[in-house]
Design a protein around this ligand. Structure first.
Ligand SMILES: Cc1cc2nc3c(=O)[nH]c(=O)nc-3n(C[C@H](O)[C@H](O)[C@H](O)COP(=O)(O)O)c2cc1C
Length: 204
């Protein structure tokens, strides 16, 4: 074979090798970034008043839409609340009302009982849905969120606000979302402890 052709072939092979190598390296970086992304999420309970545009709200819901659910039943229903009067009505039903009022938007998440088919699996699906909302918020620059479960103590009153019959929709929680008030959030940040793995895993 002509040495020039051989040289060109080796050159092409070298380039392909470099491309594969950098691709694998990038995949590793992406994987690590994703782990960090999950670990860095934290509850945010202090917001500044700033509008969140509709496309951003929709892109967070788009994340939630892809949550897994048993039988792919997708048993969720969400009221998106930005109206101050509705926020006020919700805030009066929980000791965490200040967070709800400060947040620009609140996602009030219900289990759609007619779409559900197995109580445990339906609630697990809603948990995955709500976690996807938190991750979707985290993916947006400067936005933060808090999951408000305490309001479940007044779930029937929440149904009344939206005129949702209680045999059709069951409140699962609220996610308050807003632009992070960095100064206040830092001051209020509790130490976020997690149990060490050995405390809750068993190998077989
Ligand atoms: C089911 C559930 C209910 C929660 N309810 C509340 C609540 O009512 N008020 C609140 O401030 N945080 C609430 N949280 C947030 C937790 O307090 C928070 O996730 C936990 O302390 C860990 O902190 P981190 O989210 O910053 O990692 C709730 C979280 C979950 C998953």
């Amino acid at each position: 074979m002509n040495t020039e052709i051989l040289r060109r072939k080796l050159c092409v092979l070298g380039k392909i090798y470099i491309m594969i190598f950098t691709h694998v390296l990038n995949m590793d970086l992406v994987k690590n970034d994703f782990l960090e992304f999950i670990k860095k999420r934290r509850s945010i309970r202090s917001f500044i008043y700033q509008k969140i545009d509709k496309n951003t709200i929709l892109s967070i819901l788009e994340c939630a839409r892809w949550a897994p659910s048993g039988n792919n039943s997708q048993p969720w229903r969400v009221c998106i609340v930005t109206h101050p009067t509705v926020k006020r009505m919700l805030s009066e039903l929980t000791k965490y009302g200040g967070i709800i009022e400060d947040a620009y938007v609140n996602f009030v998440v219900f289990l759609d009982l007619e779409r559900g088919y197995d109580r445990v699996k339906d609630i697990q699906a809603i948990g995955a849905f709500m976690q996807n909302i938190l991750l979707g918020v985290n993916a947006q620059e400067d936005l933060g969120a808090a999951w408000i479960g305490e309001i479940l103590n007044k779930k029937e009153e929440v149904n009344e606000i939206f005129k949702f019959p209680k045999d059709k929709f069951e409140l699962m929680g609220i996610i308050a979302i807003g632009y992070v008030d960095e100064a206040r959030a830092k001051v209020q940040q509790k130490e976020r402890k997690r149990r060490v793995l050995d405390e809750f895993i068993e190998w077989y």
